[in-house]
Design a protein around this ligand. Structure first.
Ligand code: GDP
Length: 369
């Protein structure tokens, strides 16, 4: 007769029949002294946490739920998709709880970029978007950079209270949670549990911080403004930088255009000959053409020479929308294409137009370099 076994990770009753069901573990796992369910196994060994497509109601319920407790909120954004990974309305929902803004994927920044400038920009951009973080911190969840400092900041700002980690999908939240679990969970591997958020059916990963307080990972929220959701998996691989970005310099005359694959476009309309420095995935090809040929080139070569998008992406990609900007005198400007990277424009004044798929943000900022 079989004895009942429970997952050492989340406490669920282990079953070996339904791989898609809760508490599943393969039969061979029962030979081990300590059994964990497939879900916890994936979390532990492959950094995988199932992302849930939240309804706006569930999302709001979670945010408002956090607002009604005393807690530190950690909001994670992807520094290459700052606007696309923004969660609007967070400040209102979390009430007076402090928010620590964490920018992930700092390992992708070229050495020439000063991380402090990135952090300062994030702070001012956050304010503009209505959020007043108590601090901004940059990390690489993947490489483990800045994690110890983050742990110190969490201890400092939480003042003994619970911690909620929020962020949308693809910002590296699971990777970070796994780093945190590695640090806090070392002594006892079985302390991580999965709980439900009150009023929802959503799972939270629950990491004890001390006897009275926990760190909760809320589900990754799908943000419709993320470039990641408009491109298929293969294209996403191409546009996502894998290692430190290598800037590419283009000397442009006015009336010239740059295409970034076929996902974005930059028209140089007026100004002097000057350099445009592209900070995007090394695998995303930049094409230069004349402005008056650009529409035709796009029509004829989208999905072919101008790719990504590939055919699959083209089926769901919104049309490119044009945003026109005047450049200020005397400040170097970055044109930020959320989810792709940015282009630094040197020199004075001038006018440009930046094109990105409808719904994907294009913003200007004082250049980071
Ligand atoms: P989640 O959806 O927010 O949980 O994000 P994941 O943790 O699944 O990460 C999304 C993608 O970003 C994966 O391809 C990760 O490998 C990658 N990623 C996560 N953290 C980092 C990081 O610090 N640097 C880089 N370069 N990539 C990262």
């Amino acid at each position: 007769e079989e004895t009942k076994r429970y997952c050492a990770g989340c406490g669920v009753l282990i079953q070996t029949e339904d791989p898609a069901g809760v508490g599943y573990a393969p039969k061979s796992a029962l030979d081990r002294e300590i059994v964990i369910c497939q879900r916890c196994f994936k979390l532990k060994h492959y950094n995988q946490i199932q992302d849930v497509e939240l309804t706006d109601d569930d999302f709001l319920r979670i945010l408002n739920g956090i607002g009604s407790r005393e807690a530190l909120v950690i909001k994670i954004v992807d520094i290459f998709d700052f606007n696309g990974s923004w969660l609007p309305g967070l400040q209102r929902s979390v009430g007076s709880n402090p928010v620590l803004l964490v920018g992930n994927k700092v390992d992708l920044l070229p050495k020439s970029v000063n991380p402090n400038r990135m952090a300062n920009w994030m702070k001012s951009e956050a304010k503009e978007l209505g959020l007043n973080p108590v601090d901004v911190h940059l990390i690489s969840a993947k490489k483990g950079h800045g994690i110890d400092e983050l742990a110190e900041k969490i201890e400092y700002y939480r003042k003994g209270k619970d911690v909620y980690v929020v962020g949308c999908t693809n910002v590296g939240k699971s990777t970070l949670i796994n780093q945190i679990i590695k640090r806090f969970g070392e002594a006892d591997e079985a302390i991580i549990t999965v709980s439900h958020f009150p009023g929802t059916t959503l799972d939270l990963i629950d990491v004890p911080l001390d006897d009275d307080a926990n760190l909760y990972d809320t589900p990754g929220i799908i943000n419709r403004h993320q470039m990641a959701h408009y491109v298929d998996a293969k294209d996403l691989k191409t546009i996502t930088p894998k290692k430190e970005i290598k800037p590419h310099v283009f000397q442009l005359n006015p009336q010239q255009t740059l295409f970034f694959g076929g996902l974005a476009r930059l028209d140089y309309m007026e100004g002097n000959k000057r350099s445009f420095v592209v900070y995007m995935s090394n695998e995303l090809k930049t094409h230069r053409t004349k402005l008056d040929k650009a529409d035709e080139l796009y029509e004829n070569h989208i999905g072919q020479m101008l790719n990504p998008p590939n055919e699959k992406t083209l089926e769901k990609l919104p049309p490119l929308v044009r945003h026109e900007f005047s450049l200020r005198d005397g400040v170097k400007t970055d044109i930020v294409f959320s989810g792709l990277g940015w282009v630094a424009i040197h020199g004075k004044g001038g006018r440009i137009a930046a094109w990105a798929p409808k719904g994907v943000a294009v913003t200007l900022r004082e250049a980071l370099v």
